[in-house]
Design a protein around this ligand. Structure first.
Ligand SMILES: [Zn+2]
Length: 353
């Protein structure tokens, strides 16, 4: 299995995030990726590559998933942040005002001139610092996702997009949850555009993949499934409930399997089996796995209790689905263990195909 890693990932390095009224050090740090890369090198899972994707191809793939208004915002965000106040060059951009959606009747169609307002318009939390290198790092990640999808289109059984910042909380026109471009959605759409007829996304991150769900919610050609902490108590709180089944043409093509905080491996596996059965019924010809490792018992911001050796089993179960698979690195904040856990999963998969 080839790995496509993002050489620009460390350009995104937030200083602090807002957490319940105080600023705390960022959990989503460059070392996360470095640990995975080191473990991949140590265990020789397959070739390590940087993506070969030109700018025009990359722009086109991103535009298939994200609104132009949003990507234009991301592209100029840092310069505008610093233009507000030169001292901003020394601090990350964090939003502090948001238009409440839907029934509250705030206008989101009018683009505010004030950058602080635009920062809120295109985001939904204050935990995702936007930095000088965020756009370059996010684009590098999208390129990894596109390169991994192309591997499948070329006939390979599997590929791994190793990147950060993660992506599955980013929607068509918003960032949040440390995510800016939805790498998994970009991979899924690239698979569709490359000729795969029925693409499934199976999100195994601790947190519900709200961005991916939103992107594909009204479509029948991409089936989205997510096994995650119950949003009644867990981030992202406002999406991820079991009764969200898709809408319009996408009715019945979204499956949420929320589990209570504290869930152990056996119950988690039962939910994973349910999702894999649904993907089998969907008759997917390609699978994207947003691969969060924050289901690990030692994760500092999550609440499941999977152990390192369990990830080998997860890989085996995903292989048994029998579908060409792109893995996309998402969460996982027990930094020292995230490399071992990620490669355990990938190795379990490779051993079983
Ligand atoms: Zn997560």
């Amino acid at each position: 299995m080839k790995t496509f890693h993002n050489p620009h990932h460390a350009l995104h390095q937030g200083r602090e995030e807002m957490f319940r009224g105080r600023m705390v050090p960022c959990h989503e740090v460059p070392a996360r990726l470095d640990y995975v890369l080191a473990e991949l090198q140590r265990r020789s899972l397959g070739g390590l590559h940087t993506p070969e994707v030109n700018d025009a191809e990359l722009d086109a793939a991103i535009a298939r998933v994200h609104d132009a208004r949003y990507t234009q915002f991301l592209a100029s965000a840092w310069d505008e942040w610093v233009a507000m106040d030169p001292a901003n060059a020394q601090r990350d951009a964090l939003p502090s005002v948001w238009p409440l959606g839907n029934r509250h009747a705030f206008r989101t169609d009018v683009l505010p001139q004030n950058f602080a307002a635009r920062l809120g318009l295109f985001s939904y939390d204050s935990g995702s610092p936007l930095t000088a290198g965020t756009w370059a790092a996010a684009r590098g990640g999208a390129a990894c996702a596109l390169a991994a999808a192309r591997e499948l289109l070329a006939g390979e059984r599997a590929a791994f997009a190793l990147t950060r910042p993660p992506g599955h909380h980013a929607g068509p026109d918003f960032f949040g949850g440390y995510c800016f471009l939805n790498n998994s959605a970009i991979a899924a759409q690239a698979l569709r555009d490359g000729g795969k007829q029925r693409v499934a996304v199976l999100d195994v991150d601790y947190h519900h993949g709200n961005g991916t769900q939103t992107i594909f919610y009204e479509r029948a050609d991409v089936f989205t499934a997510s096994v995650h902490g119950d949003p009644a108590t867990e981030y992202p709180f406002f999406l991820g409930h079991a009764d969200e089944r898709g809408a319009g043409a996408g009715e019945g093509f979204n499956l949420n399997l929320p589990l209570p905080r504290g869930t152990g491996f056996e119950a988690w596996c039962a939910a994973l089996d349910t999702a894999i059965d649904a993907i089998d019924d969907f008759n997917a010809d390609a699978l994207v796995v947003p691969m969060g490792l924050d289901t690990f018992e030692g994760d500092p911001i999550s609440g499941f209790t999977l152990k390192s050796e369990d990830y080998d089993t997860v890989g085996r179960l995903l292989a048994a689905a029998g579908v060409p698979t792109v893995f996309v690195f998402e969460g996982g904040y027990a930094v020292a263990e995230v490399g071992v856990n990620a490669v355990n999963l990938l190795e379990g998969f490779c051993r079983s195909i």
